[in-house]
Design a protein around this ligand. Sequence first.
Ligand SMILES: *Cc1c(COP(=O)(O)O)cnc(C)c1O
Length: 239
Amino acid sequence: MSLQYTKERQAELIKNYETVLSTVNKAASEVSHHVDLIAVSKLKPASDIKALYDHGVRHFGENYGQELIAKAQELPKDIKWHFIGGLQTNKCKDLTKNVENLFAVQTVDSLKKAKKINDTREGAVVNIFLQINTSGEDQKSGLSPDDDEIEQIVEYAKDAEKINLLGLMTIGSFTRSHSEGDNPDFTALEQLKEKLDSKYGVDLKLSMGMSSDYVQAIKQGTSYVRVGTAIFGERPPKV
Ligand SMILES: *Cc1c(COP(=O)(O)O)cnc(C)c1O
């Protein structure tokens, strides 16, 4: 895997990244809330990541286990990797074992997976986000906002040594992400946060907002936005 990039490609990536970042920062300052921008690099070459890394970017998001593992092994170890893809219980161990600088797994949607991550991790603590299916669409992963398992995971995470429950994540419906005004998926995630925060005395962070709707997500209180296309351009199809 080559980490070599051209000056032209780096200039393009930096321009895109800085455009998104300044939009993020402006929206964040309007709500007086800190927001981290995660550059979603799935299906993009490691050289693209290196080009932004050399510009100072550290938070990157990946969707496919083997791709993340291969990139993490080549790229600098102070990258903060976010796994944001569909998670299978029997694949948790591959991530915890092979990605030493795994910052967060954002797609935990069962107690079993939370346990698997905790039990197989030997290095640094891994942050987890509970993925919530706020739109209730069949094809979307995630726990339903009223599922009892959510509180079971919160309870479990309190005493778990190798995971830290950092927050809640949603993708939301495509239609809602392309509509004006408050997004009901984001409202649902925010309401779940309020409920859990007051019940458990925690301050969960939210991860919501992608290329098409990250400004709206910031208005509705997110702490992390996950932006791919607006930074890296259109993705090739997954083979
Ligand atoms: C691909 C992906 C993103 C980034 O989507 P863009 O529309 O390209 O910004 C964000 N979150 C998740 C979970 C993704 O799978």
